[in-house]
Design a protein around this ligand. Structure first.
Ligand code: APR
Ligand code: PHB
Length: 410
């Protein structure tokens, strides 16, 4: 076994791990990343593309914002369609801020290239990754290119996603997990066709939710809500486009330019949080600690705010020789995580069809007629009437969509 050493061991070369590694290196704090798959496999994942100003700022600090500024598009608003009614949420007017439309995959690529050009160490295609002595003198053993390694470190950042090894390395009696699984998923299609609109459209219709998004002026990303039991092979491109046209406003359907899908997949929707987000000298970051339904575009943005919280703690330790803040990471990160979780859950409830699904205790209604509506659905109708059709409601949506300001470590 080869013994190697670093200050911060990062598990996972997704956006969380790469952004953390880059920001640590900028501060002169040594780090090594261990990643289960190849770099090209990481870049092959199709992910969302709406960035809050917070992560744009972190990308600038990390020295990887150049291509984003050149190729990304600032969006000052987005639309919510309620049936055929198009409602614009003017986030610039309500918050003074905008969001950046730039694919997560592109940002991951920029981070990966920066890490490589800075000569920082990443072990790709690592297997048998195990954490040891997390509460005292942590190390990680792993196999890479047939060699066994032990990486000795001072702290471990578990940036290894929902299915990673880090969260599972915290004893079950030391963590509490909160989970809500939704009774539907999103069928997503990527196509080299011009976007139907210059801003995103979140559409609610009697047939179900849909989203019209984009990656560039020539590449679009569309989603439709499907039942959890649905299969991507049930959906030809034509079936997808025809269903999407039935769910978006008629004028949008007329304008929609369809084309062959270059990626098509179904993602389940869940809300998940693990508390606390740290144990001993292990910090959980990003999807390793929490998952949101993609409705609020918060997945990557919450990972970034975790990184911002952790960077502050590690700077306190290594630049100011002050370990007093070590225990502050989890509560600091969780305050913003729960805010993003609640917004994503709330927007998902308001815009998706639950079709009499057994959502929760609001189910108890008397079915004495053909109408299968539930009390929950009546509540959501009332939510839409207020939040989609009043300026106060728009301000609430806009403020949360652009993201609450990052909290500074006290
Ligand atoms: N050892 C090493 N690496 C691992 C292990 C392991 N045991 N398990 C998982 N990984 C790697 C995965 O291969 C992946 O590259 O950890 C990385 C985790 O990356 P993400 O799942 O993208 O999570 P994160 O970096 O937190 O980014 C969150 O990505 O999935 C989206 O919607 C999510 O936008 C959010 C963002
Ligand atoms: C996307 O472009 O993939 C996207 C955008 C906004 C969301 C979810 C996904 O809320």
């Amino acid at each position: 076994m080869l013994n190697i050493q670093t200050t911060i061991a990062i598990i996972g070369a997704g956006p969380s791990g790469l952004l953390l590694g880059q920001l640590l290196a900028k501060q002169g704090i040594e780090n090594i990343i261990i990643e289960r798959v190849s770099g090209s496999h990481v870049l092959g994942r199709i992910r969302a593309g709406i960035l809050e100003q917070g992560i744009v700022g972190l990308a600038e600090q990390a020295g990887v914002a150049k291509r984003m500024q050149q190729e990304g598009k600032l969006h000052d608003g987005f639309e919510i369609a309620d049936g055929d009614t198009r409602i614009r949420i003017d986030i610039k007017a309500h918050t003074g801020s905008s969001v950046m439309c730039y694919g997560q995959t592109e940002l991951t690529k920029d981070l990966m290239e920066a890490r490589e050009s800075n000569g920082l160490t990443t072990y790709y295609e690592a297997s048998e990754v195990e954490l040891h002595d997390i509460t005292n003198s942590p190390s990680i053993t792993f196999t890479c290119q047939g060699e066994r390694f032990r990486l000795n470190c001072e702290y471990i950042a578990g940036c290894d996603g929902f299915h990673g090894v880090s969260r599972a390395s915290i004893p079950a009696h030391n963590r509490q997990e909160f989970e809500r699984v939704y009774p539907f998923g999103w069928l997503g299609v990527l196509s080299d066709t011009p976007p139907v609109n210059h801003e995103l459209i979140y559409a609610r219709s009697e047939r179900g939710f849909s989203l019209c998004s984009m990656r560039s002026s020539t590449r679009s990303r569309y989603y439709i809500q499907v039942p959890t039991y649905d299969k991507v092979e049930n959906w030809s491109d034509d079936l997808f486009w025809n269903e999407l046209k039935k769910r978006i406003p008629a004028e949008m359907a007329r304008r929609l330019i369809t084309g062959p899908s270059i990626e098509k997949s179904i993602a389940p929707l869940r809300s998940f949080v693990c508390e606390p987000m740290q144990y001993g000298k292990l910090f959980l970051v990003g999807d390793a600690a929490h998952i949101v339904p993609p409705t609020g575009a918060k997945g990557l943005n919450l990972a970034a705010s975790d990184v911002n919280a952790l960077i502050q703690v590690l700077q306190r330790i290594y630049l100011h020789n002050d370990k007093s803040a070590v225990g502050h990471y989890s509560p600091l990160a969780l305050r913003r995580v729960w805010h993003g979780e609640r917004f994503s859950w709330w927007l998902s409830n308001m815009l998706h069809n639950f079709e009499g699904e057994d959502v929760d205790e609001l189910q108890n209604v008397t079915h004495n007629g053909p109408n299968r509506s539930t009390m929950f659905e009546r509540f959501m109708e009332s939510e839409r009437r207020y939040f989609l059709y009043t300026e106060e409601g728009h301000k609430v949506i806009a403020t949360q969509y652009v993201g609450m300001p990052y909290e500074e470590l006290q």
